[in-house]
Design a protein around this ligand. Structure first.
Ligand SMILES: C[S@@+](CC[C@H](N)C(=O)[O-])C[C@H]1O[C@@H](n2cnc3c(N)ncnc32)[C@H](O)[C@@H]1O
Length: 278
């Protein structure tokens, strides 16, 4: 059987939220005459372009297709994916959308973004872009985010992987942290500060014990990462926590950019979504 990606309803919500921002982004950018070298979409974790809905024979437009089918297209689309079989699927998009400028890149997005995208899309080059960072886990490195912010031309719409962090690198007891986990977390966070933010001393009968802060949940982790993003981007939204059917936080969506107006637009989109869920 052909390989395919299967996604849950929370991923469909994520795609709809992305789409809701792509519309105003492209509508605003097409009116910017100074932006003579175009505005570009970069999907750093592109997937196949056509995942299947869980428990259903229904295919969904993955993020590359969402971006390709918006009313006012981007000047170019770069789809980065590290798995060869997914890259094969992405290549089909080139024939399917012959009037779009599509660039498929196979490999690690951290390397491709910092060697091919951030040197090209920069404030002083009269171009702009949006990077969608949608990893399964902790694959977007802090140094990549730093270089994206430094361009002053690229914004990020990001899936911050709460469950992956909690499950794979953050044990309840910090003494159980392995060297590999610490190193991975440092690379992801871009500093060692996470340790003091995420663990606290709790008094017990046997003296103080260091533990993961109770409620190191989506909202708290997302807010801590927002604080990190604010060190490199001037404007960042609050995190929007996405949960599964058992209300467990899976990930947060966070947007970071260079204009307050963009953050206001995304904030409104997130708030409308939260109100619907009440
Ligand atoms: C959550 S999926 C992306 C789904 C896609 N954005 C969508 O909405 O249809 C994450 C993808 O990132 C890919 N990936 C993981 N690590 C990567 C890396 N370092 N560079 C590029 N792609 C990577 C995985 O193979 C997977 O296809």
């Amino acid at each position: 059987m052909d390989q395919e990606d299967i996604i849950g309803p929370w991923s469909e919500d994520k795609l709809q939220l992305l789409e809701k921002y792509l519309h105003p982004y492209t509508a605003i950018m097409r009116g910017r005459k100074w932006c003579r070298n175009g505005y570009h979409y970069i999907d750093a974790f592109a997937g196949t372009g056509k995942p299947r809905a869980r428990d259903e024979e229904r295919y969904i437009d993955g993020s590359p297709r969402v971006a390709l089918t918006i009313q006012h297209p981007f000047h170019s689309y770069t789809f980065i994916e590290k798995t060869p079989w997914r890259v094969q699927r992405l290549r089909e998009l080139v024939d399917e959308f012959p009037d779009r400028d599509i660039r498929i890149r196979e490999g690690d997005c951290n390397h491709i973004i910092t060697t091919e995208i951030t040197p090209r899309i920069r404030y002083e080059r009269f171009n702009r872009g949006l990077i969608f960072l949608d990893p399964f886990g902790m694959d977007a490195e802090w140094s990549t985010i730093e270089q994206i912010a430094e361009t002053r031309a690229l914004e990020i719409f990001m899936n911050f992987p709460v469950m992956a962090l909690n499950r794979t690198v953050l044990p309840n007891d910090p003494n159980a942290l392995t060297e590999a986990q610490i190193e991975r977390m440092n690379r992801f966070w871009g500093s060692t500060e996470w340790r003091d933010e995420i663990y606290e001393e709790i008094p017990t009968l046997f003296g103080p014990v260091e533990m993961k802060i109770h409620r190191t949940t989506g909202q708290r982790l997302g807010r801590l990462f927002k604080k990190r993003l604010k060190t490199v981007f001037p404007h960042v939204t609050d995190p929007l926590v996405m949960t599964n059917s058992r209300n467990a936080p899976l990930y947060c969506l966070i947007f970071a950019g260079h204009k307050q107006k963009a953050v206001n637009i995304v904030r409104d989109i997130f708030q409308r979504y939260e109100r619907l869920g009440e």
